[in-house]
Ligand binder design. Structure first.
Ligand code: LIP
Length: 277
């Protein structure tokens, strides 16, 4: 049974997460070139990295090493650096890179501090900040501290039924997985109010925390996509899990008000959504 994290540690980590996320956001906002170029690709030609992704992650890595020298770091672009404190910073410098590339506003700097292994099946997320540079929205959360958007407390929405639910989701970068994900969306669409594809898992989870979505699910999230948004959604009253009682993570992440989240999990389980079939 995980013990509750030290309240002072939570406060300290929340403050650091907030400070560095806003610094990263300022870099993105003030340093956007007239034409954003693709600097590299990863899992497919459509899975892109920009120079800003790399620059922001390097800045966050450097700043966190100064502010919290004994902590570990796991970033989307530069991988893992060890630590001795038991705290790991899990960072996505730009979550929603394709949106940033195209000049669409739904992208975020996602910063979380976790205790234990930086593995969603074993971590305890204790502090989070998700900052949207395009419009300035800043979501914050701490273990046992609740969740806020620009200082206002957040609470998830309780839709009366799946048919009345607005559902967020996302898709991977490989054609084989996208084909399987398209099958699930096609099956789900007639059973819900509508689908939204925001393009940043951190903002999907924070939007759900703020009542802008009733449910969210996605297969294929990396730890840095999930960590901060998971805490914001959980602290706003959402249930965040995988399927068949598993923890959220790459296989599947499902989030929503407890009254509906389990119904969506049952639908996804019945339709083999945690496979690429
Ligand atoms: C993004 C995720 C999103 C997913 C996108 C992409 P990135 O992260 O946050 O949920 O659907 O395909 O993976 O790659 O922009 O940091």
């Amino acid at each position: 049974m995980a013990t509750d994290p030290d309240p002072q540690l939570v406060d300290d980590l929340m403050e650091v997460a907030h400070t560095v996320a806003l610094e990263g956001g300022a870099m993105v906002r003030e340093g956007r070139p007239s034409t954003v170029e693709v600097a590299a690709t990863k899992s497919s030609a459509q899975d892109v990295v920009t120079a800003m992704d790399l620059a922001v992650e390097q800045h966050l890595r450097t700043r966190l090493a100064r502010l919290r020298p004994d902590d570990a770091f796991l970033g989307e672009e530069g991988g893992a650096t060890g630590g001795t404190s038991g705290v790991t910073w899990v960072v996505d410098p730009i979550d929603g890179t394709v949106n940033y590339l195209y000049g669409l506003p739904s992208y975020s700097v996602s910063v979380a501090a976790v205790l234990g292994e930086p593995d969603p099946a074993r971590w305890t997320v204790v502090a989070a900040c998700v900052h949207a540079p395009a419009d300035g929205r800043t979501f914050r959360a701490g273990a046992g501290r609740g969740a806020t958007l620009d200082g206002q407390q957040l609470r998830v929405r309780a839709a009366p039924s799946m048919l009345d639910s607005l559902v967020g989701t996302g898709f991977g970068y490989r054609a084989e997985r996208r084909r399987a994900q398209g099958r699930i969306v096609a099956e789900l669409l007639p059973r819900v109010r509508d689908i939204r594809r925001i393009g940043s898992a951190a903002l999907d989870l924070c939007t759900l925390a703020a009542g802008g979505l009733d449910l969210y699910y996605e297969r294929g999230l990396s730890p840095w996509d999930l960590a901060a948004g998971q805490l914001v959604a959980t602290e706003a009253g959402a249930l965040v899990s995988g399927l068949n009682g598993a923890a959220p993570g790459a296989e599947m992440t499902v989030a929503g008000h407890p009254s509906l989240q389990r119904e969506l999990c049952r639908f996804l389980e019945a339709n083999d959504a945690a496979t690429d079939l």
